[in-house]
Ligand binder design. Structure first.
Ligand code: HEM
Length: 466
């Protein structure tokens, strides 16, 4: 199957009507449908995010969802000084040295979890992506936490803070930065501690490898293929955190869909948010909401992006490119899969949207990141990549641009580099109809024609002949 055809399934499965409308109107810079403006054009997208005054708490926007379900002050719903202050709180682990220090956390897990491919095993990459997302979020949280590492064995809901929102989930709830002594430790030291914690104990194995053996219970795998217990330790923490963050984002997304059961959806969203907050901050505290938001943002984008990028690379046979220059391929894949394809915003005042025409106060703006980045026009081409200022539009632009972009780009490059030697091919793929972001529910791969696989096959052929 061609990569683009397969990838289209993740949109069609979850939002067939919306996807069809967006595809049908994308040749026009903007399209007005009553009080809603679909913004496809690159210049108009940038203008909307940088020049228009946006109502950060309007219903139906990312910030609005945060405000409705939390005590507010959650990045997406903030502006001005309070927004800058909240950004600083999480800047450290997402800085260049912060990301570099966290990197072994996921590279070691990737290497270990993908190794069964060499033995001919089939792996579901979605649970592995969730585990990678979970340990990364734990590392981010530990680096922004003054206290002990988040995620305890208690999962009782204690608060009703909620970060999250459908198409780019994320948002911290409570604002001021930490002034504690540990928050002021040198960042590398804090990150090293986190990475070491994961690597020393070591995620015991990835749930992704269980497709080739091992046992499961209702929460997922309980042992790996070698019979090792997966139910405790950092790997288990990572999976529980990922599960809670995905559930919170998905429930919030459902709450915003039209239908008869919105009240029930709202209750479910609040409960899912409470569960997540209880995991990331069992004792509450001023950063409980911020931590929950960071977990939602990091986890849902990662679980969407890594499997989609792997499927695209497998279907378009991009593994040589992944070996040559994984960073260039990662940037192109992010442009084309655009993990947060649509940013719902609202205009706070009248304005102009060149080249799209007038904007009125209260208009809903559906900013189509994937069209602004040209995802529909050209496939990933690491030899002739789109200019960075175009490719990075998938991370937004302006004061609210994604602070996790550096981490996401480096992590995806590491993922592609870890997969490339196996030249995986997709054997089964099931889209996720309920997730907040378009993505795969499961994506099973096996190694393709690596040198060693070809040799093994040749060997067993010769044995058969004898
Ligand atoms: C492929 C991965 C990712 C994509 C495509 C992505 C995309 C985006 C987009 C489009 C926005 C809105 C920008 C705007 O309004 O101008 C955003 C905001 C945000 N993202 Fe990401 N993101 C990704 C990964 C991450 C990660 C790993 C984190 C880790 C913490 C993160 C944290 C955030 C936060 C906190 C915001 C809110 C920023 C603000 O309002 O000031 N994201 N992201």
């Amino acid at each position: 199957m061609r990569a683009r055809s397969r990838d289209r399934l993740v949109y069609l499965a979850a939002h067939p009507f919306l996807f069809t409308v967006l595809a049908a109107t994308r040749h026009r810079p903007t399209v007005r449908l009553g009080g809603t403006l679909l913004v496809h054009d690159r210049q108009a997208y940038v203008h909307a995010l940088t020049r228009l005054t946006l109502d950060r708490t309007a219903e139906g926007t990312t910030g609005g969802a945060v405000t409705a379900l939390t005590s507010g002050a959650a990045l997406f719903d903030q502006q001005g000084q309070s927004h800058r202050t909240s950004r600083r709180t999480s800047a450290d682990p997402l800085s260049a040295p912060g990301v570099e220090a966290m990197r072994p956390t996921w590279t070691n897990l990737m290497a270990r979890a993908l190794s069964p491919l060499a033995e001919g095993a089939e792996l579901d990459l979605v649970p592995l992506a969730a585990e990678i997302a979970g340990i990364t979020a734990l590392a981010i949280l530990a680096a922004t936490s003054p206290g002990p590492a988040p995620v305890s064995s208690s999962s009782a809901p204690t608060t009703n803070h909620l970060p999250a929102r459908p198409l780019c989930p994320a948002a911290p709830t409570e604002g001021p930065p930490s002034h504690s002594a540990s928050a002021q430790e040198p960042s590398a030291e804090r990150h090293r501690t986190t990475a070491e914690r994961h690597n020393d104990t070591g995620p015991r194995a990835s749930g992704a490898a269980v497709g080739a053996g091992g046992t499961r219970d209702s929460r997922g795998p309980t042992t790996d293929r070698a019979g090792r217990d997966l139910r405790a330790g950092p790997a288990d923490d990572a999976r529980r955190l990922a599960e809670a963050a995905r559930a919170a984002a998905a429930a919030t997304a459902r709450e915003h869909l039209p239908g008869l059961f919105r009240r029930r959806a709202r209750d479910e969203a609040r409960l899912a948010a409470a569960r997540l907050t209880a995991l990331v901050a069992p004792d509450g505290g001023e950063h409980a909401g911020l931590h929950a938001m960071l977990a939602v943002a990091a986890i849902n984008t990662t679980v969407a992006a890594l499997p989609r990028a792997a499927a695209w690379s497998a279907d378009d046979r991009l593994w040589d490119a992944a070996r040559r220059d994984p960073a260039a391929l990662a940037d192109e894949l992010l442009r084309v899969i655009a993990p947060t394809p649509l940013l719902p915003r609202a205009a706070a005042g009248d304005g102009e949207l060149p080249p799209g025409g007038p904007v009125h106060a209260g208009d809903r703006l559906m900013l189509i990141a994937r069209h602004a980045a040209g995802a529909h026009r050209s496939g990933p081409d690491p030899a002739r990549p789109a200019p960075p200022q175009v490719a990075r539009l998938v991370f937004g632009v302006g004061p609210h641009a994604c602070p996790g972009a550096r981490l996401a780009r480096i992590q995806l490059a590491d993922w592609l580099a870890a997969l490339a030697p196996y030249r995986p091919v997709v054997t089964r793929a099931r889209p996720d109809r309920r997730s907040a972001l378009p993505g795969w529910r499961s994506l099973t791969v096996r190694a393709g024609d690596t040198d060693s696989a070809a040799e093994r096959r040749a060997g067993s052929g010769r044995r058969g002949e004898a």
